[in-house]
Design a protein around this ligand. Structure first.
Ligand code: SF4
Length: 449
């Protein structure tokens, strides 16, 4: 049997790194430079980890095609394999290129997967690898892996739709390796899954999700998603799921159908997802909560209307944001708000407004990302002459990588550190944390029994 070795390398630092986030380019967070930042970094690194979502499906495809598959996070010369797959990202880009060059000394059969390579293929091809320019879990559904090394060219395709059936994902080689956890949701194992792909919103000027998944929203067959959940529960004993859809509630009717289906089937799960506050209402929150929604990520990005407008990010009034967060909490859904610090037009007053309103919103968690112009996006084209970083690995949302007109790199890092302290070291947050913890324990020790 021919062997495939999948290699997924990460920077050797204490950051929380993931190649599935940031539209498949990956993110690597260090939370700033203060003592409190180190504390958050340690907590999050120990409690959040999962692989790119396409990986378990790719393993299934390869095994179904008669190949033996192994996955490793470190490369050793003694590894024996007929084919190597390298998982691409921006956050480990230079390491991946070094790895390809080392592999190239022993074989030509190197394939690179993932969004960063798909949209920056030349970088990997110049190092000697072949790049799969389609979504891997979809391409390998109907194409032979080995034929990729026989001169078959691949192109950007986004064919994932209601007609496509994805195989049952094989998680056995990934659960221990990646640990598969999301402590914000549960201390039990958590695996990623998706109901849909694609995002049509205009913030695609800076966001990589529409680049990775297209602007057309493609929803999976609801029965298939429910069957996949049942299979993962029965096969691996996992009942916690992180939906990786860029905007989970984009298709309200399908979300309803999915939740009703979970409720009627009696499957007990907990799940987390990400969406826009504008795409929520009480009826929808109620049904999602009944189906097991316990954590929601919402990207407020910036509380400044001017900053949002300049980046094509639509938003809702601050009073409506507060109302929606309260409604979510009423239905036992914890909220994590994500902010971007260092938008090109941002001033210190906008940052101060973010800090002030974050405390007013008082979600259970916040996450701060430093604005990053990603290659392939419109904003990168407009800022590429101002890029100050020489390594793609610095494009990790923890560094300012371009010359900002109002901030220095050091100032932004200081702002991040101060924002976390200002938000979390508060009586109001402590009360929120205690009440949420009591509720979660009552709900079955951070997991429904
Ligand atoms: S809503 Fe905007 S930020 Fe969110 S995935 Fe879509 S384009 Fe990206």
């Amino acid at each position: 049997m021919q062997k495939v070795m999948i290699l997924d390398v990460y920077p050797d630092n204490s950051n929380k790194s993931c190649k599935d986030t940031g539209g498949g380019y990956g993110t690597s967070h260090d939370y700033g430079d203060s003592f409190f930042s180190s504390f958050i970094r340690l907590l999050v690194r120990k409690n959040v980890s999962f692989p790119p979502l396409y990986l378990p499906y790719v393993i299934t495809h390869l095994e179904n095609q008669g190949l033996e598959v192994n996955v490793e996070m470190n490369y050793h010369e003694e590894f024996s394999a007929d084919y190597f797959i390298v998982i691409s990202s921006i956050i480990a880009h230079e390491l991946e290129i070094e790895l390809i060059k080392a592999l190239k000394k022993r074989t030509d059969k190197i394939l690179v997967l993932g969004a960063f390579a798909r949209f920056n293929s030349q970088l990997y091809e110049n190092a000697g690898a072949k790049v799969l320019k389609s979504e891997p879990e979809i391409y390998l559904n109907s194409h032979s892996f080995i034929s990729l090394f026989e001169g078959v060219e691949t192109h950007q395709t986004q064919t994932f739709n209601n007609q496509l059936t994805l195989p049952k994902p094989k998680w056995d080689k990934l659960i221990d390796l990646y640990q598969c956890k999301l402590g914000f949701l549960s201390f039990k194992k958590v695996v990623p899954i998706a109901l849909s792909k694609g995002c049509p919103f205009s913030c695609s000027v800076y966001c990589t999700y529409p680049l990775e998944q297209g602007s057309k929203v493609r929803v999976r067959d609801i029965d298939e998603v429910c069957n996949e959940i049942t299979y993962i529960k029965n096969e691996y004993g996992i009942d916690n799921f992180l939906f990786r859809d860029p905007v989970f509630t984009m298709n309200r009717a399908k979300v309803f159908e999915f939740c009703e289906s979970i409720i009627q089937s009696g499957i007990k799960i907990q799940f987390a997802m990400e969406t826009h506050l504008k795409l929520l209402d009480e009826e929808l929150i109620q049904v999602m909560s009944r189906a097991g929604l316990r954590l929601i990520y919402v990207g407020v990005e910036s509380s400044s209307d001017e900053v949002c407008e300049e980046q094509g990010r639509y938003t809702i009034e601050h009073s409506k944001q507060v109302e929606m967060i309260k409604l979510l909490e009423k239905y036992k859904v914890n909220v994590k708000i994500m902010y971007i610090i260092g938008f090109p037009s941002e001033h210190k007053k906008d940052y101060e407004l973010n800090k002030k309103l974050a405390k007013k919103f008082n979600p259970l968690y916040i996450q701060l990302n430093i604005f990053t112009p990603y290659p392939g996006t419109q904003v990168y084209d407009s800022l590429k002459n101002q890029v100050t970083s020489e390594r793609f690995m610095d494009f990790n949302q923890s560094n300012l990588v371009f010359a900002h007109k109002n901030y220095t790199k050091e100032e932004v890092r200081k702002m991040i550190s101060e924002f976390y302290i200002d938000f979390y070291i508060r009586f109001g947050w402590f009360i929120k944390f205690i009440s949420s913890t009591i509720r979660r324990i009552k709900d079955g020790l951070y997991g429904r029994s």
